[in-house]
Unconditional design. Structure first.
Length: 212
């Protein structure tokens, strides 16, 4: 079970720069946030610390009004997970889920800005290149596409691994949605093209992070 944040950790997160997510604190405090996945240390000098997408969500959650009734814990111990399609719906749905996804996407753009060598936000960063399925799914969900449900894979998108080390496959129930998913990924900095599986004749989008 994920340990709750200490009062000092909450203060650090709340005091982060609202635009960049830059953190200030002792080395021990910042290291503790890094270990929890709420902050990262910038690889270039002066090696400042910044909120990760999870850290941005933690700060946003602190600023939102608390509900009167207790909320169910997230299925991954409180860590946001983009929906890849075919999994059970997360506990948070509706406007609450929309806020989570929006915050996660904004945090991802900030992570791009801080970790891409040229500070660009128009192409995926190193984290996305090592978490291809989750990164593509976040881009799709943030754009408002509907993920497939757990019992019916024909009602929304599905993002899946491929034998290629730098690409994912995206499936959708019809050609219109498939093209829309490809356009979303292209707009989010991915290279995307439509292909047909030789055996099943099923159409899919093959997408990989753009490097330049």
């Amino acid at each position: 079970m994920t340990r709750p944040l200490t009062a000092a950790q909450r203060r650090l997160i709340e005091a982060a720069d609202p635009g960049t997510g830059r953190l200030r604190g002792t080395e021990a405090q910042l290291t503790a946030l890094v270990k929890r996945g709420l902050a990262f240390r910038h690889p270039r000098p002066p090696h400042d610390h910044f909120l990760t997408p999870a850290g941005h969500r933690a700060r946003e959650a602190r600023s939102e009004p608390q509900e009167n009734e207790p909320q169910a814990p997230a299925p991954t111990g409180g860590v946001f997970t983009a929906r890849v399609g075919g999994e059970p719906a997360p506990p948070a749905e509706g406007p609450s889920r929309t806020r989570e996804v929006r915050s996660a996407w904004q945090g991802m753009l900030e992570l791009r800005r801080m970790t891409n060598p040229d500070g660009s936000t128009d192409r995926p960063c190193a984290w996305e290149r090592t978490h291809l399925v989750q990164a593509a799914a976040l881009a799709l969900e943030a754009a408002g596409h509907r993920p497939a449900g757990v019992t019916d894979g024909e009602d929304g998108y599905q993002v899946r691994d491929t034998p290629q080390p730098d690409a994912v496959a995206v499936y959708a129930p019809d050609a219109t949605m498939l093209r829309a998913c490809a356009e979303t990924l292209e707009g989010a900095g991915w290279q995307a093209g439509e292909y047909t599986e030789p055996r099943t004749r099923r159409r899919y989008v093959l997408a990989s992070p753009r490097r330049v």
